[in-house]
Design a protein around this ligand. Structure first.
Ligand code: S3P
Length: 425
C-alpha cells in the first residue's frame, strides 16, 4: 500500500446512541436538560422532531451542537397531531415505542423504506407482555406501528438477542409500570440507557447480563456533555492503523466497555492504539486515541465481544482485507437486520473490489492480503456501508463509485470533509 500517512488530530461528532437518549430522557424529566456536543445527524434530528410533536419544546443550536430540552415531567407528553416519523432510525422507533406504550393516547410511528423493513416483533413481544397494545399496522412485524397507551406491569424479560434497543424499549416502558422491570440478555449490550437513567434519578441495578429498573416518581433534568462516537472514530482508527507511518490523535472518544470492542479486537490483531487522557464525562468513560500504523493479522471475532462492536463490523471487515491471514467473524447474525443486510452488502462489495471473502450464516471469513481495486458499490443508503467503502477506497487508492454516499448524514454529516482534510494535510 502506498497511501500518504494520516497524521494530525481529529475530533469526531458526538455519540449517536447517547444523543438520542439525551433528548428522550430530557423530554421526560422535569426542568431544562442542557446537552453539549449533541450529534446533528439525521437520526438524532428525527428523535428531536418526534418529541416536539408530543409537545416538548426543544431548542437546537446546531452551530454549536448544543440542545436545550424543556422537559415537563414523566406524565406530560401530549398526543401528536400526525404520524411520528422516525426516518432511518431504529433507535428512535424502538425506544419511543416503549414510552408510547404507557401514554394516555394512541399514536402511530413510521419511517423510511429501510425502517419499514426492520423487525419490530422484538419489541412488540415484550411490550405486549407488559400489557401494551402495540401492533404492526400491515401485519408484517414491521413499522408502521400503532400504539394505544395502556397501564403496564413490570416483567422480567429474557431477551433472545443482545440488543440495547430492545432492552431500552422495555426499561422505558418500565418507567411507567406497576412494579419493577428486569431485562436479561444473552450478552451485555451497550449500557447508555442504564447509566443515563441513573443520572436522571431513576433507581437502576445492574449485574453481568441483567438490569432492573424500579419506576421513579419523576426524572430530573441534567447537564450532559456527550463524548465523541467510537463508531464514527472507527473509520479513521482503521485507516490510520493500516496506512504505514500514520500517527493520528482522535480526540474525545467514548470508550464505554460495552462499546470498545473494536479497540480490543484491533489490539489483538496487532494494532498500535494508546489511550491518552482517560476521564469520565457525564458518567461515560472517554479518552483521546493515539493510533499509529501497524501490520495487522487475522483473528477470530465472536461471542461476547460482538455487541460491543456490532456497528463497527463493516469497517473491521475492511481492515481484515489488509491483515495477514484469516479473520473469522461469527455470532453476528444481527448484522442482517441493520439499516441493510450488512453481511451480504459488505461481502458483495468487497468481492467486487477483489477481496477474498466468504459470507457465512452469522458472519464472514476474510483472507487478507489481496490488493483491492475500485468497483461500483451500492451503499443501500446505509451510512456505515458508505463510510466503510470510502475507507476501503482510500486504502485501495482508487475511490469506488459509491451510490447513495450522502447517507453518511445519518451519523456523521462531515465525514467526507474530515477525511479530505486529513488526507490533504
Ligand atoms: C443502538 C443499539 C444497537 C446499534 C444501534 C444503536 C442503540 O442496535 O446497532 O446502532 O442506540 O441502542 P441493536 O439494539 O439492534 O443491537
Amino acid at each position: 500500500m502506498n497511501c500518504a500517512p494520516l497524521t494530525g488530530e481529529l475530533t469526531v461528532p458526538g455519540d449517536k446512541s447517547i444523543s438520542h437518549r439525551s433528548v428522550m430522557f430530557g423530554a421526560l424529566a422535569k426542568g431544562t436538560t442542557k446537552v453539549e456536543n449533541f450529534l446533528q445527524g439525521a437520526d438524532c434530528l428525527s428523535t428531536i422532531n418526534c418529541f416536539r410533536a408530543m409537545g416538548i419544546s426543544i431548542e437546537n443550536y446546531a452551530d454549536k451542537n448544543q440542545v436545550l430540552i424543556h422537559g415537563k415531567g414523566l406524565h406530560c407528553l401530549t398526543s401528536p397531531d400526525s404520524v411520528l416519523d422516525c426516518g432511518n432510525s431504529g433507535t428512535t422507533t424502538r425506544l419511543i415505542s416503549g414510552i408510547l406504550s404507557a401514554q394516555p393516547f394512541t399514536s402511530e410511528l413510521t419511517g423510511d423504506a429501510s425502517i419499514r423493513k426492520r423487525p419490530m416483533e422484538r419489541i412488540i413481544t415484550p411490550l405486549s407482555a407488559m400489557g401494551a397494545d402495540i401492533s404492526s399496522i400491515n401485519g408484517n412485524g414491521c413499522a408502521p406501528l400503532r400504539i394505544r397507551g395502556r397501564r403496564l406491569s413490570g416483567i422480567h424479560y429474557q431477551s433472545p438477542v443482545a440488543s440495547a434497543q430492545v432492552k431500552s424499549a422495555v426499561l422505558l416502558a418500565g418507567l411507567y409500570a406497576d412494579g419493577s422491570t428486569t431485562v436479561t440478555e444473552p450478552y451485555r449490550s451497550r449500557n447508555h440507557t442504564e447509566l443515563m437513567l441513573g443520572g436522571f434519578g431513576a433507581k437502576i441495578e445492574c449485574d453481568e447480563a441483567s438490569v432492573t429498573l424500579t419506576p421513579p416518581n419523576e426524572l430530573y433534568a441534567q447537564e450532559l456533555i456527550i463524548p465523541g462516537d467510537i463508531s464514527s472514530a472507527a473509520y479513521f482508527l482503521t485507516a490510520a492503523s493500516l496506512i504505514p507511518g500514520s500517527e493520528l490523535l482522535i480526540k474525545n472518544v467514548g470508550i464505554n466497555p460495552t462499546r470498545d470492542g473494536i479497540l480490543r479486537v484491533y489490539r489483538a490483531m496487532g494494532a498500535d492504539i494508546a489511550l491518552l487522557n482517560e476521564r469520565t464525562v457525564s458518567g461515560e468513560p472517554a479518552a483521546d486515541l493515539l493510533v499509529r500504523g501497524a501490520q495487522l493479522h487475522g483473528i477470530s471475532i465472536g461471542g461476547a465481544v460482538i455487541p460491543a462492536l456490532i456497528d463497527e463490523l463493516p469497517i473491521i471487515a475492511v481492515a481484515a482485507c489488509f491483515a495477514e491471514g484469516e479473520t473469522v467473524i461469527s455470532d453476528a447474525a444481527e448484522l442482517k437486520v441493520k439499516e441493510s443486510n450488512r453481511i451480504a452488502v459488505m461481502t458483495k462489495g468487497l468481492l467486487a473490489m477483489g477481496a477474498d471473502v466468504t459470507e457465512t450464516e452469522d458472519g464472514m471469513i476474510i483472507r487478507g492480503g489481496r490488493p483491492l481495486k475500485s468497483a461500483a458499490i451500492d451503499s443501500r443508503l446505509d451510512h456505515r456501508i458508505a463510510m466503510s467503502f470510502t475507507i476501503a477506497g482510500l486504502l485501495a487508492q482508487e475511490m469506488p463509485d459509491i451510490k447513495g454516499r450522502d447517507c453518511v448524514k445519518i451519523s456523521y454529516p462531515n465525514f467526507y470533509e474530515d477525511l479530505q482534510r486529513l488526507v490533504s494535510d
